[in-house]
Design a protein around this ligand. Structure first.
Ligand code: T1G
Length: 694
């Protein structure tokens, strides 16, 4: 059922009913048009109310339909809105909860709008790389005025209904029955003529050209690679510079342009990918979760402190455990300092700071954390240390407590085996700075209970993190892929590139930071420790030793004031260092490699396709549940450019046959052994399919 039709006295009520948010898909549009036509044909009906069932009036057009034939099949949203607007009987939109996108555009085509307070009103299309494509850019300015409408459309930010009195003929009290009130309102205005039409209003904004030019300049500066924000300005401008019908036509033309752009497809991919990530095929959505009311963190270092802040921000009390008082004091002081910085930026009140610090306890005794519902271990990345901690936790923690490890690469199954309750053990890999980065890799051990996994996913939402489930392997999803990316970066230095060129090429592609600036930020000694382990465990894997030579020079990065680049105190600018570049050139000579000029295109392909190829292996091993999960890891944890949708989505836009051809080409070059095409990539390329093919 996609829209119900009922008659209350002399009022026909059409209820949009397309769970979960009454997306205006083809069936819903068709049923709504039929409902209006049926009401117009019924002489006993004097007025029409349109409302939404469930938790929304409507969340807008059905995004799942875009770029499919259904989206262009009549009745379109335009037709539905025109049917309402041209109706010979008054049509009243009765709005509650959520009224967004095409849903709001439909209500703007109605003659009247009544609403409950607290309803989220928005035209969020710009967040999907689009613009309101069903009259919103022409009608909203006619109701709210040019400036408020432009702000809503360019930002896409929801506004509570009670803050938009100009949009509604009635805003009811929270305890009112919306349907009853809307029907009563419809009866009251049933005979009022002429029927008020938004399209007949005028936008009055003296000297609008100056305002629009100012808006263009402002939006151009902040839109970056995204075309939609500026298109929003131009189409809203049409509401004052063009006749209504011409403005509608212009809007339609610009919408159809945007919906075909890669940027919009990437944003829509990310929208669904974020929601898909919380779905685990063998863990039903209604799996009971354990209550998390109290947390404990073992380790008050950078990670432990950052993780603690996530719980404090969500209002969950935390007990921080350390082995030494001074480490504990330092950890607490750092947490307070971080909050004070947020207060200074005006993003937190001093009162909230104290509230959060009031939820923080600390102790040197394991016994004091026994009652926590979850404990997150964030100690030194060494299996011996982890073993000691987990054996102690197994001894102390109450039954049913979740024992989580923040390890970034170690084997979660091995850690679980240190306890007598492997079903309660799970990996919660936070990314530094843990109180800032959205990504949370949730590592499912082979014995992790389904309820523990479901609890971790629910907790990630409560902590406002993007939780992505990973299986157990060295480096899980993100770090395992970044290792291949860093490997290629090292080889590129041996073959002729310098750090600055590689970083600039990566940053031009859209990465927040190139591999060498990232190494200097994270600490080159971290990668060094991993490679030293690799040299012993997997001597067959080749790595460039350039990064090792850098570390032997003591150049660990920003933390030592120098890494691949030089840094000045209080200045994060990366200044190239002649001594490092000389070392790189000398190392090529020592290896007998004749340095060559390397194109930015080759640099980007080798960095990105190294991610894609490893991602394909991770996918076929089942370490990641789906390609879009891998994209979410890179979009939320590794600074991959959002407008390219993530490594796997980007590879699909390039075309897997082209990716494979490039991999074959690099396999013939220096350290070609690093380019073993993943069987899944070969299979999909040969079938001309993509990772995200439906
Ligand atoms: N189309 C299809 N599915 C949608 C949807 C939509 N518009 N909005 C949400 N969903 C699905 C979502 O994928 C998830 O699915 C479920 O609903 C719950 O979503 C012509 C062209 C409405 C505020 O951009 O902001 O109109 O995972 O987890 O936290 O101008 O969803 O359960 O299978 O987010 O309660 C413009 C996007 C469309 C609104 C609800 N509208 N949605 O938040 O639930 S373009 C939007 C949201 C348009 C016209 C243009 C939020 C929400 P599943 P959820 P929520």
């Amino acid at each position: 059922m996609t829209a119900e039709y009922q008659v209350h006295g002399a009022v026909a009520v059409i209820t949009l009913n397309n769970p979960p948010v009454n997306g205006m898909g083809l069936e819903t549009r068709t049923a709504a048009v039929k409902g209006i036509q049926r009401a117009l044909a019924d002489d006993a009906v004097k007025a029409i109310v349109i409302t939404g069932a469930g938790k929304a009036f409507s969340g807008g057009a059905d995004i799942k339909e875009f770029n499919t034939p259904k989206a262009l099949t009549e009745p379109s949203l335009h037709t539905l809105i025109a049917t309402a607007e041209s109706a010979t009987k008054p049509v009243v939109a009765a709005i509650h909860s959520v009224c967004m996108g095409g849903g709001l555009e439909l209500s703007l085509g109605c003659h009247y709008r009544v609403a409950m307070p607290g309803a989220q009103i928005a035209l969020p299309e710009v967040k999907l790389g689009l613009l309101p494509g069903a009259g919103g850019t022409q009608r909203l300015p006619r109701v709210l005025g040019l400036e408020p409408a432009l702000n809503m459309i360019v930002s896409g930010t929801p506004v509570p209904s009670e803050q938009l009195p100009a949009l509604f003929d009635e805003i009811y009290a929270a305890d009112v029955d919306l349907l009853q009130s809307a029907v009563a309102f419809a009866e009251k205005i049933a005979d009022v003529r002429p029927l008020p039409k938004v399209r007949e209003r005028k936008v009055d904004y003296p000297n609008h050209e100056a305002f629009l030019q100012f808006s263009r300049n402002t939006v151009k500066a902040m839109a970056g690679p995204f075309p939609a924000p500026l298109e929003c300005v131009e189409t809203v401008a049409a509401s004052v510079t063009m006749k209504f019908e011409d403005g509608l036509k212009f809007e339609r033309e610009r919408f159809l342009h945007l919906i075909q752009t890669t940027e919009s497809k990437a944003l829509r991919h990310a929208f669904f990918a974020e929601r898909m990530a919380s779905k685990v095929p063998d863990v039903p959505a209604d799996t009971p979760v354990r209550t998390i009311q109290r947390a404990a963190i073992v380790g008050a270092g950078t990670m432990g402190g950052g993780i603690a802040m996530n719980f404090l921000n969500a209002g969950i009390p935390v007990t921080l455990l350390e082995t030494r008082q001074e480490a504990l004091d330092k950890g607490i002081a750092t947490i307070r300092k971080n909050y004070e910085n947020t207060v200074k930026k005006g993003k937190l009140t001093a009162e909230k700071l104290e509230q959060r610090m009031g939820l923080l306890n600390s102790t040197l005794a394991y016994e004091d954390i026994a009652g926590a519902d979850i404990v997150v271990e964030a100690v030194f990345e060494d299996m011996g240390v982890k073993e000691a901690v987990f054996r102690k936790l197994d001894e102390v923690m109450k039954p049913g407590a979740i024992l989580a490890t923040n390890t970034s690469t170690l084997d979660v199954d091995q850690i679980a085996a240190f306890t007598g309750r492997p079903q309660d053990v799970i990996g919660t890999h936070f990314f530094s700075p843990a109180n800032v980065m959205k990504l949370l890799e949730i590592v499912r051990g082979s014995q992790t209970g389904k309820d523990v996994l479901a609890t971790a996913l629910a907790l990630s939402r409560k902590l406002k993190k993007t939780g992505v489930v990973s299986g157990v392997c060295d480096g899980f999803i993100g770090n395992r892929m970044i290792e291949q990316y860093s490997r290629q970066a090292g080889f590129l230095l041996e073959e002729g590139a310098l750090p600055e060129q590689v970083d600039k090429a990566a940053e031009k592609f859209g990465f927040a930071m190139g591999p060498f600036r990232m190494g200097d930020l994270a600490g080159n000694d971290i990668g060094w420790a991993i490679r030293k382990r690799r040299y012993v465990e997997k001597p067959e894997i080749s790595y460039s030793r350039t990064a090792d030579l850098l570390c032997e020079m003591g150049r660990y990065g920003q933390k030592t004031g120098a890494g691949w680049y030089d840094y000045k105190p209080g200045d994060r600018t990366a200044y190239p260092n002649a001594q490092v570049n000389a070392m790189i050139v000398q190392h090529s000579a020592d290896l007998g490699i004749g340095r060559r000029k390397i194109s930015d295109k080759e640099i980007v392909e080798r960095l990105v396709y190294a991610l894609v190829n490893e991602g394909a292996l991770i996918l076929e091993e089942g370490v990641a549940l789906r390609a879009s999960d891998i994209d979410m890891v890179y979009l939320t944890g590794y600074g991959f450019p959002l407008y390219r949708g993530g490594p796997m989505f980007y590879a699909d836009t390039v075309g897997l046959p082209n990716v494979l051809a490039a991999i074959h080409q690099y396999a013939r070059g220096h350290h070609g052994e690093a380019w073993q095409p993943a069987p899944l990539l070969v299979k999909l390329a040969e079938a001309n399919l993509g990772f995200n093919s439906k």
